[in-house]
Design a protein around this ligand. Structure first.
Ligand code: SF4
Length: 394
């Protein structure tokens, strides 16, 4: 367990940890899922929430810096000092050492990364500790250690370099750092893989199989046969020693539940509905969706592509719905639609709402620091080594 959850509100000590978890009031040590916020959350129906958030933010002044991930609700983004993807936000926080409190409107692994990259005196607050990430949950420290043992027994650990997506827990980042690997984002995955193949013969890519496969095949020219899928729920990952020895990319069986929903049918359907549409998707989508799309890129890439698009152009975007709606609103001169007909929010990200933000800010004003996310020094040291390798990528 690397993350300490600090609550200054009272928590009933009687129930067992499991009972508390089920009640949404305790941490799951094996998971990215956190806990709910105990205490007096303002009701969502409170007509003064906007005023309360403004007043608390003004009272805190430069002592607080609010980060808003691109997938957050509008009501939260309105109070963000900066918006961005997880890595940009962590760096923005590190560039504001005067801010005592970093209120991270994102999910748990992002707050951990911010804690790793910010100064000792800065405290990172996650307004709702239940805001986890299902993808990050799909690779636990125990599972990844077991996988490394399998690679060691197969005689390939020495020639394998771990590359972990930013969307992973601090434990997984630390594993990566300990074994000479690097972190990557969806913007620099190609450079990270090229670097890794200069250091070794194989890559263990964690935890998003789709980003790993898409980058290896689309950007590095590897074949699908060069990739194998390691299933942590099967003995030896469900792979033979020969399969492991023959593979160049060992992909962890994880995925994003939001981007994983887009299908070939979504692409075919939107092309039929909107003739001339450009389909632009995130590389966390399945390989067949990425192959059928016209353009592929990270959230920052998607934002820039739409900024640069011609008036009157038509776009179907395969990423989280809050961002797509905001982009459609920001570009009324272009037709921008969500790629799928069904609603596709990131449900855990959406747990951070205005009541939780108000609760966190008012707690800070009152001198209580709620939901502090801290990573232990040993984990931080190795996770930072992996992050530093990413920053040093050519
Ligand atoms: S969009 Fe996907 S990867 Fe991002 S936080 Fe949500 S579940 Fe995790």
């Amino acid at each position: 367990m690397t993350t300490t959850i600090t609550e200054t509100h009272g928590v009933d000590p009687t129930p067992t940890p499991l009972a508390l978890l089920l009640l949404g009031r305790e941490a799951d040590p094996n998971s990215e899922r956190g806990v709910d916020c105990p205490g007096d959350l303002p009701p969502a129906s409170d007509p003064n929430l906007v005023e309360r958030a403004r007043a608390a933010k003004a009272a805190l002044g430069d002592r607080v810096f609010i980060l808003g991930h691109h997938y957050q609700r509008d009501e939260v983004i309105e109070f963000a000092d900066v918006t961005g993807d997880s890595f940009k936000l962590a760096r923005d926080a590190a560039a504001r050492p005067e801010a005592e409190y970093i209120v991270f409107c994102g999910v748990h692994f992002m707050a951990e990364s911010a804690d790793i990259l910010t100064g000792e005196k800065q405290q990172v607050v996650l307004p709702d500790l239940a805001a986890g990430c299902s993808m990050a949950d799909m690779a636990t420290a125990e599972q990844v250690a077991e996988c490394w043992d399998v690679l060691t027994d197969a005689g390939i650990a020495d020639v394998t370099v771990p590359v972990s997506y930013m969307n992973s827990s601090a434990d997984i980042k630390a594993f990566t750092g300990r074994h000479g690997g690097t972190i990557c984002t969806s913007s620099n995955a190609q450079r990270a893989l090229e670097w890794a193949f200069e250091q070794g013969q194989k890559v263990l890519f964690l935890p998003d199989q789709h980003l790993g496969r898409n980058t290896a095949v689309r950007d590095l020219g590897l074949s699908l046969d060069d990739c194998v899928l390691y299933n942590p729920h099967k003995p030896n990952g469900g792979l033979t020693v020969e399969q492991l020895r023959d593979a160049k990319m060992i992909l962890w069986r994880g995925h994003c539940s939001v981007h994983g929903r887009f299908s070939l049918d979504s692409v075919a359907d939107v092309r039929e509905r909107i003739p001339g549409v450009t389909v632009l998707v995130h590389p966390e989508c399945k390989h067949e969706v990425v192959a059928a799309a016209d353009m592929v890129g990270s959230t920052e890439y998607i934002i820039k592509a739409l900024d640069a698009a011609e008036p009157g152009s038509k776009w179907a975007i395969g990423t989280e719905l809050n961002l797509v709606r905001r982009l459609a609103k920001a570009h009324p001169d272009k037709e921008i639609v969500f790629l799928d007909r069904t609603v596709c929010f990131c449900s855990t990200m959406n747990r951070i709402d205005l009541p939780h933000l108000v609760w966190a800010l008012e707690s800070l004003v009152e001198g209580r620091v709620p939901n502090v996310i801290t990573v232990d020094p040993e984990t931080e040291k190795y996770a930072k080594a992996a992050l530093d390798r990413m920053l040093a990528l050519p």
